[in-house]
Ligand binder design. Structure first.
Ligand SMILES: Nc1ncnc2c1ncn2[C@@H]1O[C@H](COP(=O)(O)OP(=O)(O)OP(=O)(O)O)[C@@H](O)[C@H]1O
Ligand SMILES: [Mg+2]
Length: 270
């Protein structure tokens, strides 16, 4: 029997937790969708993704943040500087995949949600090699972590920081096919996913192979824009499936521990 299609209004949405921006997305990103967060260096890609997982953990959800380059220590130092109260959430740092069992236990014993940071960067340093195992396939390592968390504890959201780092660590001989299966895996796992994509400086493309743009359900673009020698941060939605979204460019500000999307210095009119 053909599954009845859900009406747009019935789609559950996950907030991006940016004041003035969720409203432009009918309330947020549809649950279970895969969204690219694209931007050049320092455009706050990591912060935006971390912000979602932190706030969702406060709301009882469990998110997995896989950081392939930035260490968990550096990530958490940045979060503390930004003013996040990490004591408010169940924060689990998994710096070694051998500690997966302990991580699962930690998630299960938490009353609410958890934020799990899988610091593969630390393992990389430890083994002093760029590739893991004979096949060098870090992708399978990540998939196994997700499968285990889903089967033995829970996992509602997933962030991969970054796709670009994954391409260096895994063999991507046939990127089109491989990426198709990655996106399928994430959708089958019913994870609301944010894939961070490091854009080239000339902003000529959103992702490395460009096929990611078409496979993704949504694209959020972060930019630095120079105006009269002043550089401002900007955020916009390039696409979001099943969403009546506003594709205008908003100024992105971080004030009083909150992100704001502004238009002409003011909250945008909905
Ligand atoms: N309150 C704050 N505390 C610390 N950093 C802040 C704050 N507000 C803005 N920032 C800026 O956040 C930027 C880093 O953010 P983030 O690491 O999320 O960016 P990114 O796009 O992930 O960077 P990268 O390309 O290095 O991965 C820094 O350039 C820093 O200036
Ligand atoms: Mg980053």
């Amino acid at each position: 029997m053909v599954k009845e299609l859900k009406k747009n209004q019935e789609l559950k949405r996950i907030k991006v937790y940016i004041n003035g921006f969720d409203e432009q997305l009918q309330g947020g990103v549809p649950e279970g969708y895969v969204t690219l967060i694209c931007g050049t260096a320092g455009t706050m890609k990591t912060s935006i993704a971390f912000n979602v997982l932190y706030n969702e953990a406060l709301d009882g959800k469990t998110g997995l943040y896989v950081s392939l380059e930035q260490s968990a220590k550096s990530l958490l130092e940045h979060a503390e500087k930004m003013g996040y109260d990490l004591s408010k959430i169940n924060l689990v740092v998994m710096s070694d995949i051998a500690k997966l069992k302990a991580t699962i236990q930690d998630i299960k014993s938490a009353k609410g949600g958890s934020l799990v940071i899988s610091d593969l960067g630390a393992i990389r340093k430890q083994i002093k090699e760029t590739k893991i195992g004979p096949s060098g396939d870090w992708l399978n390592v990540i998939k196994n972590i997700i499968k285990k968390l889903k089967a033995e504890a829970k996992c509602d959201l997933f962030v991969l920081d970054s796709l670009s780092a994954l391409y260096v660590l895994s063999s991507f001989d046939d990127p089109r096919t491989k990426l198709f299966y990655i996106f399928e895996f994430l959708r089958d796992a019913e994870l609301t996913t944010f894939l961070i994509s490091e854009m080239p400086l000339d902003k000529s493309r959103y992702s490395e192979y460009e096929v990611e743009d078409y496979l993704a359900d949504g694209i959020i673009l972060l930019q630095h824009t120079e105006r009269f020698r002043k550089v401002i941060r900007e955020i916009s939605i390039v696409k979001m499936r099943s969403t009546d979204c506003n594709t205008d460019v908003f100024t992105l500000e971080y004030k009083n521990k909150k992100f704001y999307a502004l238009q002409g210095g003011k909250p945008p009119l909905v």
